[in-house]
Design a protein around this ligand. Structure first.
Ligand SMILES: [Zn+2]
Length: 199
């Protein structure tokens, strides 16, 4: 089970299993309750696809960022995961909107760079913004590794075809870091530099 978690190898997975085997009943009850609670309270935003906490009711369908009138809708940053949004927000260097792809190599579609459902949501979002004439720039900010590079190329091709009739440019976030680096682990200065030097 734990080996399917991101970044967890066989040794760490075994440590988790032994930890849970040794844990007392109260801890296990609290742990499973917290997981269940997260499943009910957390929801993907209908616009940017990031996870956000709801009050358990059906509304709102949009996260705080998407409901915030100060969010700059002229810029859209495409990232892989929620943790990347957190890193960029903490840097205080970006005030635009986001789109979270989640799986860039979807397990059920190994021959695809980006899952079909999420890519079509992204295309719809961009088409709407483009038709409304508000979108000025798309920033692709995926990991600097082979998967990230392939997904970036696919995005440039797919989204570029929407842009033919529009006014937005597509920038790729140069990380200024060695190959293999994930955005999640970039520090604030590097991120600031990368945002200033995007092309
Ligand atoms: Zn949102």
């Amino acid at each position: 089970m734990f080996m399917s978690f991101p970044g967890i190898g066989a040794r760490q997975a075994r440590r988790f299993v032994y930890f849970l085997l040794n844990a007392d009943g109260d801890f296990l009850d609290a742990f499973t309750a917290a997981l269940r609670e997260a499943r009910t309270r957390m929801r993907r935003c209908g616009d940017c696809q990031r996870y956000f906490e709801t009050n358990g009711a059906e509304t709102p369908l949009l996260c705080d960022g998407c409901r915030n009138p100060h969010t700059d809708r002229g810029v859209l940053m495409i990232v892989e995961k929620d943790a990347d949004v957190g890193v960029v927000e903490r840097s205080g260097q970006y005030h635009g909107s986001y789109f979270v792809l989640h799986d860039i190599i979807p397990p059920a579609e190994p021959d695809k760079k980006i899952g079909v459902p999420v890519l079509s949501l992204l295309q719809q979002k961009i088409r709407r913004a483009n038709e409304a004439g508000i979108l000025k720039e798309i920033i692709i900010a995926l990991s600097a590794n082979p998967q990230g590079d392939l997904a970036t190329m696919e995005l440039v091709k797919t989204l570029g075809s929407i842009g033919k009739n529009g006014n937005f440019k597509i920038s790729i976030l140069g990380r200024g870091l060695s190959t293999g680096t994930e955005l999640e682990y970039s520090d604030e200065d590097t991120l600031k530099h990368a945002l200033e030097n995007r092309k």
